[in-house]
Design a binder for this molecule. Structure first.
Ligand code: GLN
Length: 494
């Protein structure tokens, strides 16, 4: 179905949350129509992109009907009737959750993640579960047990990772918004590669209850959207204290709606010189510089800051992450749930060995081995403990520099999306993809990726890193930038 909107014919699935919400409020479209348009688009392009692993068509249409009934009975709501896609490491009751792993291929969770519960209460409509790197380990979605997700701007390139499925789905208008998770860049990196907006909220801002745990000390779910305004809307609903996640904080949820309307004159943004190094692609650096110029024109003052511990971000992250991963993946033992091999196993140890041996992919196994090693007696002090100490330094340094400014601006990724297969054989190359995103994760700070142009036809974004629980300033700057630019409105030709 198409809709005559802003003098051009636009398909309903192309709408943003804000646009769809306004049209529904006026009674010009229904949630069922919007949901059908998204489902048709999924049918049309999913074979090419491999963004969705499970599509819940009948459930989605039922939820959409219910949302329309709620609206007809007088209810209003920013997400009422808005169709979305969730990354497949977020538990959904009654709908398969695989974490893109063979070991959870047929796993159906008995409960919803807290963030899913909150979206359900708000009346959002779950369309599908999206592809990712197995257990969210990766930066390209090539580690999925169910095949790579293709970038909608160039099918030969990756969509980024680990939330490659949700990013491709948003960019290709298969949904109005998506939920991702970010442990060390997994919302921001694919957002940059696919030309969309992606927010990693402050650690503790949104509940981790019901996420398939990766690195519990940095995991955080967040919105992947077509605009900054939409990210602010979704974040408002998924924020807040959750009795099932003791790391969530009862911090006041800001009224993003009024905050983002303010201009940005006089705000001060720090540019950490360590983020503008040799590894940064020249054309991407040029796009970041142009974004800086644009923001300067809007009244922002830029100052140089220094984060000398940045270079330890990737090494520290790749000690802490495998350590926590090795512990969190212990539950997948072939007994309690998931893929299980009993045939021919002579004892329990063999059931474990065979189930885990066949169920986990190579990257999950690599991380289990690295993590077990880093935590083992004799190596614990040299690796894990040392990494935790350096992590504290990184956090202190970022907090200190952020006292001088309103936020930091950096590139999100060192380059645009790379070719499928280009880095898959070299895990170290893949780990280096996270060079600009691990800092905010280790420090637990909020960070958003905002599209800022194209290099060789592929999108790229800049990253804003904020003070703890100060998502509102990131939204305000990002929104002002999007008001003054058109990059977020570009669409892939697929
Ligand atoms: N590239 C990071 C990793 O492989 C990203 C993980 C994430 O944020 N889920 O660990």
């Amino acid at each position: 179905m198409t809709f005559r909107y802003a003098l051009c014919v636009m398909r309903l699935n192309e709408l943003t949350i804000k646009e769809a919400q306004e049209l529904m409020a006026k009674g010009e479209i229904t949630s069922v129509e919007l949901t059908k348009a998204c489902l048709e688009r999924i049918d049309e392009v999913n074979e090419k992109l491999n963004a969705c692993l499970t599509v819940c068509k009948s459930e989605a249409l039922r939820e959409a009907e219910m949302a329309d009934e709620r609206r007809a009975s007088g209810e209003v709501g920013e997400l009422l009737g808005i169709p979305y896609i969730a990354k497949d490491n977020i538990l959904t009751k009654g709908i398969r959750t695989t974490a893109a792993s063979k070991i959870l291929e047929n796993y159906i969770a008995p409960y919803d993640a807290t963030i899913i519960v909150r979206l359900k209460e708000a009346g959002a409509v779950l369309l599908a579960k999206a592809n990712l790197d197995e257990f969210a380990h990766g930066a390209s979605t090539e580690n999925s047990a169910f095949g790579v997700t293709h970038n909608p701007y160039d099918l030969d390139r990756v969509a980024g990772g680990s939330s490659g499925g949700p990013a491709a789905a948003v960019a290709a208008d298969m949904c109005i918004f998506a939920l991702g998770t970010d442990t060390g860049g997994s919302i921001r990196c694919p957002a940059s590669f696919c030309g969309i907006t992606g927010l990693k909220p402050t650690y503790g801002r949104s509940s981790r209850f019901g996420l398939v745990a990766m690195t519990s000390s940095t995991d955080v779910p967040g919105p992947m959207t077509k605009t900054v305004v939409d990210a602010a809307i979704v974040q408002k609903f998924i924020s807040g204290k959750d009795k099932y996640d003791s790391t969530t904080v009862d911090e006041k949820i800001d009224d993003y709606g009024s905050e983002i309307k303010k201009d940005i004159k006089g705000l001060k943004i720090g540019i950490p010189e360590e983020y503008f190094t040799e590894g940064l692609d020249k054309e991407v650096a040029e796009l970041i510089n142009r974004a800086i110029e644009k923001l300067t024109g809007l009244g922002v003052e830029f100052v140089k800051v220094s984060l000398p511990h940045t270079k330890y971000g990737v090494p520290v992250y790749y000690i802490i992450t495998p350590s926590e991963v090795s512990s969190n993946l212990a539950r997948h033992d072939g007994i309690r749930y998931g893929y299980s091999v009993h045939d021919g196993a002579k004892d329990l140890a063999e059931v474990y060995l065979k189930s885990r041996g066949q169920g986990f992919g190579p990257e999950a196994k690599r991380r289990i081995m690295l993590g077990t090693y880093a935590l083992s007696a004799g190596y614990f002090d040299a690796y894990y403990l040392q990494a935790q100490k350096v992590r504290t330094k990184i956090k202190e340094e970022m907090d200190k520099e952020l006292e001088k400014v309103d936020c930091l601006l950096t590139p999100t990724a060192p380059h645009v999306a790379f070719k499928i297969g280009e880095k898959a054989a070299d895990p170290l190359q893949m780990y280096l993809e996270d060079i600009f995103v691990t800092g905010a994760s280790l420090a637990g700070l909020p960070a958003i990726s905002v599209p800022c142009g194209f290099a060789n036809g592929m999108p790229a974004g800049f990253q804003l890193i904020g003070k703890r629980f100060d998502e509102k300033t990131l939204f305000r700057i990002g929104h002002n930038y999007q008001q003054a630019t058109e990059w977020h409105k570009q669409k892939p030709n697929i």
